[in-house]
Design a protein around this ligand. Sequence first.
Ligand code: TMP
Length: 198
Amino acid sequence: MSGAFIVFEGIDGSGKSTLCKRVAETLGARGIPAVATAEPTHGGIGAIIRSGAAGPISQETEALLFVADRNDHTERIMESVSEGVVVLCDRYFASTVAYQSSGLDGVAVDAEWLITINSRFIDRPDLVILLDIDPEAGLGRVDSRGEEVSKFEDLEFLRRVRSSYLDLAERFGFRVVDASRTPDEVYEEVASIIRGVL
Ligand code: TMP
């Protein structure tokens, strides 16, 4: 069987990470080689982004760092896919477009420029699933997990991110899944979509 590259997108608290891992585990249990991965990555440039070690940088510079991290990550992803692995990735290029164009701290980077800089370095995923949820509900989940709230987790900002995601979904043919339902309901729909591409 050939591998596949499947991406999960959504605002913070949409349930991407848990779902990504659950799908990888379920496929693995069925004998289908699968791995869950995420962006920003946890090594190299991704680790620099996550730690804030790049210092105070502009939104454009931050966008370029996300894309640089993605460039290296994409090479590793496509190598796994060519070896027959199903790669489930928590965030990919749409995260940069949706987040960096949504005016964090009042600075919105041009969405078309963000799409252009990504296009040089990405591979088109076989499937992108957008877990769509109202930001208030999403932030409620982040809060209830007792997680540290990142600079990206502001309600008004996340409303713009959600709207940008929905525009991108239409433009690039992402599958939009209502993530406000129970984890099992969301999982069942996602599993059925994935069965359709494997
Ligand atoms: P995470 O919470 O999914 O680990 O991602 C960390 C934060 O990074 C999240 O709030 C979204 C943000 N982000 C961007 O702003 N642009 C990007 O390109 C990526 C991959 C993440």
